[in-house]
Design a protein around this ligand. Structure first.
Ligand code: AMP
Ligand code: GLY
Length: 432
């Protein structure tokens, strides 16, 4: 089977590495990929937003599976445009779980899924008046896709008013055409992944990430500066609750509403004193969460994704993961997230080659990289995801930082405290 992977980040580098290992994968193409992905796939200069081009590429190159990495093409309906070609990734209707916070809240209400109490407003006047029904800290969200920047936690009512003014004033583009205000939840956040074909749904691992740019979880929000998997705070008992109370009712409700969900469902959860609550859904793998999940996944990814695409997830073995911990540290270009300095030279150590198999416990996944006159350079905000596997988060972290110290990337920076929660838990339990 020939496979087409859409996307060009570190997530797609990790997916390409695993897909290329699958016995059922003949030729893997990536559109448009990056220099890291190029080790495992034939790069295609094609834009995922050009649905007709993707469709005709699939016909010409006999593509048997399309894997869509990022949210934007899913929300724009690329899966629908591909007709009967098997696609790993939800339809436009089902991708509303990420594309519209108001839609997701509606599903939660209809299926009785625990989430923060909320109101959805379509005018500025209503939203401003609605603030009276909430108390500080106020959680204000632009309804649509805002590249991780659509959530404002306002400590005061004046800040909350300003956020609403900004959203309805176009500060968040179309994403802010309507707004959700919700109850502030307290607890520890965790990410949970499940695969669904619309009928069958299976767990696909957990992770915790670090969204803030700087150490101590300070500084501006980013796409993610690091992550690790599994998140042990999500105990087997808690995972069973998440499946029964949140994931399964969501999948059932989507099928009931004639929008069967096919792909990976990435739930952002808050573990509150009242149990797990849904913060948000994403309709794709996280970046850099995919990097740690792929370091632990043991199996034929292409066959698994095809079974999801074809509604036959019940016919393949349940996904299996290494019991080890994987941890990834993002090296970003100086100035990220506001104004990343691109063009800086990067030299990767020869001691960490890009092997095609799963034999290495340390791998460097490339996100925003490019090549200029034979020299690897930074070509984006988040540039590398340096990823390691170990018997504990502490061990994986030590391997990842040792690798980072061997990378020559003078204009890059990283956080030095990735995994601190898990490392602290291990120190307390004596399991590091
Ligand atoms: P989201 O884009 O919905 O994941 O929100 C971004 C971040 O805002 C989340 O990862 C949380 O840290 C925080 N957040 C979102 N909603 C809430 C909430 N209701 N209560 C507390 N924190 C929240
Ligand atoms: N790392 C968070 C995300 O991909 O949404």
């Amino acid at each position: 089977m020939n496979i087409l992977l859409i996307g060009s980040g570190g997530r797609e580098h990790a997916l390409a590495w695993k897909l290329a290992q699958s016995p059922s994968c003949d030729t893997l193409y990536a559109a448009h990929g990056n220099p890291g992905t190029a080790h495992h796939a034939t790069l295609v200069a094609m834009d995922g937003s050009d649905h007709a081009a993707v469709r005709s590429f699939c016909d010409r190159f006999n593509i048997g599976l399309v894997v869509i990495g990022p949210e934007a093409p899913l929300v724009a309906g690329l899966a629908d445009a591909l007709g009967d070609i098997p696609v790993f990734g939800p339809s436009k209707a089902a991708a509303q779980l990420e594309g519209s916070k108001g839609f997701t809240k509606g599903i939660c209400g209809a299926a009785n899924i625990p989430t923060a109490a909320y109101e959805h407003y379509t005018t500025k006047a209503e939203a401003l008046a609605g603030l009276a029904d909430f108390s500080a800290p106020y959680v204000i969200k632009a309804d649509g896709l805002a590249a991780g920047k659509g959530v404002i936690i306002a400590e005061t009512i004046d800040e909350a008013r300003a956020a609403i003014e900004d959203m309805f004033g176009g500060g968040f583009g179309d994403a802010g055409a309507s707004v959700v205000i919700e109850e502030f939840l307290t607890g520890e956040e965790v990410s949970f992944f499940a695969l669904s074909d619309g009928k069958t749904v299976v767990p696909f691992g957990s992770a915790q990430d670090h969204k803030r740019a700087f150490e101590g979880d300070t500084g501006p929000n980013t796409g993610g500066m690091g992550a690790y998997s599994p998140a042990t705070i999500l105990t087997p008992a808690m995972q069973a609750r998440v499946m029964a109370e949140i994931i399964e009712p969501t999948v059932e409700m989507m099928t009931h509403k004639n929008m069967p969900y096919r792909g990976v469902l990435f739930a952002g959860l808050m573990l509150t004193d009242d149990g797990p609550k849904l913060i948000e859904y994403n309709c794709r793998f996280g970046d850099p969460e995919a990097q740690v999940l792929m370091m632990r996944y043991r199996g034929d990814l292409a066959a698994l994704m095809l079974s999801v695409a074809q509604g036959q997830l019940d016919a393949v073995p349940k996904p299996q993961f290494s019991p080890e911990t994987a941890l990834t540290v993002v090296m970003a270009a100086r100035g990220y997230p506001e104004k990343p300095e691109t063009g800086g030279a990067i030299n990767l150590p020869k001691s960490i080659p890009e092997s095609k198999d799963d034999s290495q416990d340390v791998r460097i996944f490339q996100s925003g990289t490019g090549v200029w006159e034979g020299q690897m350079i930074a070509d984006g905000g988040r540039v590398l995801a340096v990823t390691a596997r170990g018997n504990s988060a502490t061990e994986a972290r030590d391997y990842a930082y040792a690798a980072i110290d061997s990378i020559d990337f003078a204009s890059g920076f990283c956080r030095r405290d990735i995994g601190w929660r898990e490392v602290a838990r291990e120190a307390q339990a004596g399991t590091s």
